[in-house]
Design a binder for this molecule. Sequence first.
Ligand code: F3S
Length: 771
Amino acid sequence: ANLSTIIPSQLQARTPPYAKLVSKLSQVKEILNNQPLTLAEKILYSHLLNPAESLKHGNLSQIRGLEYLKLSPDRVAMQDASAQMALLQFMTCGLPSTAVPASIHCDHLIVGKDGESKDLKSSIATNKEVFDFLQSCGEKYGIQFWGPGSGIIHQIVLENFSAPGLMMLGTDSHTPNAGGLGAIAIGVGGADAVDALTGTPWELKAPKIMGVHLKGQLNGWCTPKDIITYLAGELTVRGGTGYIVEYFGEGVKSLSCTGMATICNMGAEIGATTSTFPYQEAHKRYLISTHRGAIAEAADEVNSKFGFLQADANASYDKIVEIDLDKLEPHVNGPFTPDLSTPISQFGAATKENQWPEKLSAGLIGSCTNSSYQDMSRSISLIKQAEAAGLKPKIPFFVTPGSEQIRATIERDGLIDTFQDNGAIVLANACGPCIGQWDRVDISKSSQETNAIFTSFNRNFRARNDGNRNTMNFLTSPDIVTAMIYSGDMNFNPMKDSIKLPNGEDFKFQPPQGAELPGKGFIPGRAEFYPDLAPQPHPEVEINVSPESTRLQLLEPFKPWNGEELKTSVLLKVEGKCTTDHISAAGVWLKYKGHLENISYNTLIGAQNKETGEVNTAYDLDGSKHTIPELMIKWKNQNKPWNVVAEHNYGEGSAREHAALSPKFLGGEMILVKSFARIHETNLKKQGMLPLTFANEADYDRISSGDVLETVNLRDMIAKDGNNGGVVTLRVTKTNGETFEIQTKHTMSKDQIDFFKAGSAINHIGNLRRA
Ligand code: F3S
């Protein structure tokens, strides 16, 4: 396919419905009495189904953080791992096609080891059944199918679908990447995606708005990655919870569109609902360069006439953070948490102080976070300096292009040759090492020795990249990763230190230079990596799921609520950080994403038992020791409903809905924690679980495994349709018979109460369709 002829005729479907949005916005303004709005609110509220209902309080201070919004997103994107469950759920609704345009992207299931040609072949062979299933769903329902090797979901979305003022959902936590092009893009679980795919209003508690004021301008070694790694250090992994982050200020002008995408991408690491940027010249340049000049023209018009793509003057933010880009320096974040942020000038000292390994074992660049043309060309500028000085990388170096368009363009411009001539392995256009698909040969998964890697990725939880719990992943810019591979020394600061050359001279890197966009424009690359850009539904297509399959399993609906108070036993008291990687591990488990029963054997295997310090260990009342999923299955078979008690930001990390589906499937009914990560809390509600937080955090210490927790006023709360939040009292019965009551909080809306009553959101949607 020659894309230059296909794209113009398809642009209409990918242009946000500006006329409709602007007319909705004028209704919104009227209801809100012309209160000045932030950009995020303009985009979000112009996608409201019924502004009069959602904004009935009329005052932003009574809406933000309080009111539930019912929204109509413009489109949905799904990656291969999460798309399986999203589509299995969508199939149960019995519709002939999706209500909004959607796309499937095969990126997570591709291994990174030897390079594109070998890895792609072996990954397609291993995952054929799943890719065939996704492709047949695409054909049946009219969903674009981007096959294996076409690229990483967020890069393809940025290049093709994101646009200023668009609102979209994606079944991946880094969906906010699309905010780099001025969209509101939100990461959700598959059940939320089904809302949009079935035309059911999608519900979100109105976020608060955090403004980030960028002053000065980026220069030298500093990159957009450093803005977000610095901000993560300031705000922590919970600092953005409940907020949309909106950037503004003169510093924005020094950013490329792909750089803004990097920043929005990693907004997920501070827990933000999403992040976005006001419409810029850089957006226009990127749209034109990616063959969407007509969208830039429409955006120009809607912005100059109605100011739709920027905040109103005097818009109020719930919180403002200032960053002076002139003073910023590169940052390195990690290990094991993305908010442990160290400026490069202090990194050597931090290495000594924390006894991190002194030597690096590998460098990896790319991933959805940093695989743009600009990222690649800056990295190449450093490689060329090193090459000219006769240096070779000291450690393995891997490069992941973000899409076929990027790969083909950097190949044409000679960058791929330079990478490879300098020892880099160029992997397939896919997630690979970023999601535990790194088939690492130099260090075994079970090695007990710690090793350190530098990556340009976004997330660094234990065992995420190579499956080894002792690999410390330090997140930083592609520039710093590239410079570090020539030193291999954790104490090296490329901004000021030199490397000794064989001839005794000192070599010092000059700051990297790169092109924001390719001078000769992007080329699409190999046609086989492109889908039908205007797919039509074909109801006659059969979707075959074999009952013998270990990879795919049709879903059985969860049982509805029986109308009684819940009585559940504490199966596990979790200590400390418990991310979705702990609750539903990726890596080898990715292959079971479409088979709920099989993947459930991974439930909470990464969690640490508060009472014993052991990982993946739980004890039955008779003292017998089990793995956590083993005990869940045992109690499920005994008809003994259970709960899990945990600490802060439970479910931090990804949109992985298996982290909610598996506990429900194995007989869990309630999760009681000090605080939740937003997406995970929603996912639990969607699967009919009861997520509660302690009203008094100290009560966590009063509860032990084996205790029985009974709700006292659940029926009352449900009779009031949840009331958009309130108190649920729990009666705790200790194993010695002692009882006491504690107060907990819920945040259920009326719709979410309906999910709980029906047993899941999908059951509820099914009930509505049958009614
Ligand atoms: Fe893929 Fe890693 Fe992004 S898994 S979608 S490249 S965070």
